[in-house]
Design a protein around this ligand. Structure first.
Ligand SMILES: Cc1cc2nc3c(=O)[nH]c(=O)nc-3n(C[C@H](O)[C@H](O)[C@H](O)COP(=O)(O)OP(=O)(O)OC[C@H]3O[C@@H](n4cnc5c(N)ncnc54)[C@H](O)[C@@H]3O)c2cc1C
Length: 459
C-alpha cells in the first residue's frame, strides 16, 4: 500500500496508542459538532470545528427551523458527560405528558410516565447551541471557526480545503474528519464519491411550518405549560411545545399538496377559516396567525438512508449527516448525541482507528435505521391514533401495566425517551413482547374453548 502523506507531509497513521493526541476536524458546529468536540477534547485530542454559519453567540441564532426541541434521556446522558446537564436543565420546560385538543376545544391529558419527575424537556435550539459552543470554547484544545466555506473534503488524505470569508484558501490536515454537518452533509457526499454509501433521502408527503402562541400580557403561558400539545386530525396535525418565555412554538405537520394541505390553505381567508374550524382554541391565541403563516417557510421532512457511516479509518458521519429522520419521536438530536458518546468511546478503546470506526458503525448503523423506522411509525400514531378512544384505552392499559409491573413492561415510547437502550434493541424488545402477549392471549383462548367444549360434553 503506498504511503499516504497529509498536507503537512506527515505520514498518515491508522494505528494509535489510545492516549495519543489526534488532530480531528469536525465539520459542523450545530448541536452534535460542539458536543463531540468537548468529549474528544476531554480525551486529549486537538479539535478544530468548522461551521458554515456565523457564530450564533455574536450574530444571533439563525437555525432556520424548529425553535425548540424535546430533549430526553439519551441527550441528557451526553450532556452530563461534558458537565452541561444541569446548566441545560435549568433552562428547559419539562413536559410530563401529551395534551390532546379536539375540534370542540375539549382536551384530554395523558401522562408519559407514572414515575415521578419523568418528563421530556422543551429546550431552545439556539440557546442549547450557544451553551455547547461555550463549553467547547472553554476547552483549550478546541478551535472554533465560523463563516467557513468548505470547498473540498478529501477523505483519503484527511484534509479539508476552505475559505474563511477573507478570500484566502486554507488546507487543514488532520487524522480524522467527522461529518456533523447535518442532513445535506458535504462529508457524506465526499465519502460517497470514493465509495458509494449514500442511499438517498426518502421524503414523506408532509412538510412542516412553525407558528407562535405568544405569552399572555402578564408573561404567563396561555396553555398548560408542562405538556406537549397535540391537535391530531387524521392526515394532518399540529403540535405545540412550551418555551421558557411563556410562549409556545406550534408546528403544523400537513400534506404539502392535496386536501387540507399547505397548498390549498394559502389566502388570509382560508388560513383564518381553516384554523378557526380545525384548531379553534389555538387560533384564538394566535394574533399573528395569517402574517406568520405567510412569512414562515414550509420545511421538507425526510429520512436519510446511508449504508455505512465511515470511510476506512479517516472519516466518519454522525447525527443528521448519517441518519436524518422525521421528527415525530423527538429523537434526532438525542440520537446525534448518543452517536457522539459512542464515537468518543470507540476512539478511546481501539488502537487502530479503522477498528474504532468499524466498531462505531456496527452499533450506530442499525440504531440509525431503527430510529428512522420508529419515527415514521410515531408519525402515524400521533397523527391518526391519539384522537381515537380505543387507542387511548389501550394506552391506559399500557400505563397500568407499566405502573404495576415496571420491570416487566415499559411502553415503547418510554423505552425510546426515558432509557438509553439502543434503538435497534427497542424494536426487538417490543416485537418479542408482542409475540409473547399474542401467544398468551391465543393460549388463553384455546384453554377457554377447551373448557367450554368439556363442559358441553362434546369431547
Ligand atoms: C421540525 C423539527 C423538529 C425537531 N424536533 C426535534 C426534537 O424535538 N428532538 C430531537 O431530538 N430532535 C428534533 N429534531 C431533529 C434535530 O433538529 C436534528 O436531529 C439535530 O439538529 C441534528 O444535529 P446535527 O448536529 O447532526 O445537525 P444540525 O443541527 O443540522 O447541525 C449541522 C451543522 O452543520 C453546519 N454545516 C452544514 N454544512 C456545512 C459545511 N459544508 N461546512 C460547515 N458547516 C456545515 C450547519 O450550518 C449546522 O450548524 C427536529 C427536527 C426538525 C426539522
Amino acid at each position: 500500500m503506498p504511503t499516504i502523506r497529509d498536507i503537512d507531509g506527515r505520514e498518515f497513521r491508522h494505528t494509535w496508542h489510545v492516549n495519543d493526541t489526534r488532530r480531528i476536524t469536525i465539520i459542523g458546529g450545530g448541536l452534535a459538532g460542539p458536543l463531540l468536540a468537548c468529549l474528544l477534547a476531554d480525551d486529549g485530542h486537538e479539535i478544530h470545528v468548522l461551521e458554515r454559519r456565523g457564530d450564533p453567540r455574536a450574530d444571533g441564532y439563525d437555525g432556520g427551523r424548529s425553535i425548540n426541541l424535546a430533549l430526553s434521556a439519551r441527550g441528557l446522558q451526553a450532556l452530563d458527560r461534558i458537565g452541561l446537564k444541569q446548566t441545560v436543565l435549568d433552562t428547559v420546560v419539562p413536559m410530563y405528558g401529551r395534551m390532546m385538543h379536539d375540534e370542540d376545544c375539549r382536551t384530554v391529558y395523558s401522562p408519559y410516565s407514572y414515575i415521578p419527575g419523568e418528563a421530556i424537556n422543551s429546550v431552545s435550539r439556539g440557546g442549547l447551541n450557544c451553551m455547547l459552543l461555550d463549553a467547547a470554547q472553554a476547552r483549550s484544545n478546541v478551535t472554533l471557526s465560523f463563516d467557513i466555506d468548505c470547498t473540498d473534503i478529501d477523505v483519503e488524505t484527511c484534509s479539508v480545503t476552505y475559505d474563511d470569508g477573507t478570500g484566502s484558501t486554507t488546507i487543514l490536515a488532520g487524522d480524522l474528519i467527522v461529518g456533523a454537518d447535518g442532513a445535506g452533509s458535504m462529508v457524506r457526499q465526499a465519502m460517497h464519491a470514493v465509495t458509494p454509501i449514500d442511499s438517498g433521502t426518502e421524503f414523506i408527503d408532509s412538510g412542516y411550518k412553525e407558528l407562535t402562541i405568544p405569552a399572555g400580557d402578564d408573561g404567563s403561558f396561555q396553555l398548560e405549560p408542562n405538556a406537549l400539545h397535540i391537535w391530531p386530525r387524521g392526515h394532518y396535525m399540529m403540535i405545540a411545545l412550551p418555551n421558557s418565555d411563556g410562549s409556545f412554538t406550534c408546528t403544523c405537520f400537513w400534506p404539502i399538496e392535496g386536501t387540507d394541505s399547505f397548498a390549498n390553505v394559502d389566502s388570509p381567508e382560508t388560513i383564518q377559516a381553516f384554523f378557526s374550524t380545525h384548531f379553534p382554541d389555538a387560533a384564538a391565541l394566535m394574533p399573528q396567525l395569517v402574517h406568520e403563516y405567510n412569512d414562515n417557510p414550509v420545511g421538507p421532512l425526510g429520512t436519510v438512508h446511508c449504508s455505512c457511516y465511515h470511510h476506512e479509518g479517516t472519516a466518519v458521519l454522525l447525527g443528521d449527516a448519517a441518519h436524518a429522520i422525521v421528527p415525530f419521536f423527538g429523537q434526532g438530536m438525542n440520537a446525534a448525541f448518543q452517536d457522539c458518546l459512542r464515537l468518543a468511546s470507540c476512539l478511546s478503546v481501539h488502537e487502530d482507528q479503522r477498528d474504532a470506526l468499524k466498531d462505531y458503525n456496527a452499533t450506530q448503523l442499525p440504531d440509525g435505521d431503527a430510529i428512522g423506522t420508529l419515527s415514521l411509525s410515531n408519525f402515524i400514531e400521533m397523527r391518526d391514533k391519539t384522537a381515537s378512544p380505543l387507542f387511548r384505552c389501550i394506552q391506559r392499559i399500557r400505563k397500568q401495566l407499566s405502573m404495576n409491573f415496571p420491570s416487566l413492561y415499559m411502553p415503547r415510547y418510554n423505552l425510546v425517551s426515558f432509557t438509553t437502550m439502543p434503538y435497534a434493541n427497542v424494536i426487538r424488545h417490543v416485537a418479542l413482547r408482542r409475540i409473547l402477549v399474542s401467544a398468551f392471549i391465543l393460549g388463553g383462548m384455546a384453554i377457554f374453548i377447551l373448557i367450554v367444549l368439556l363442559l358441553l360434553g362434546t369431547i
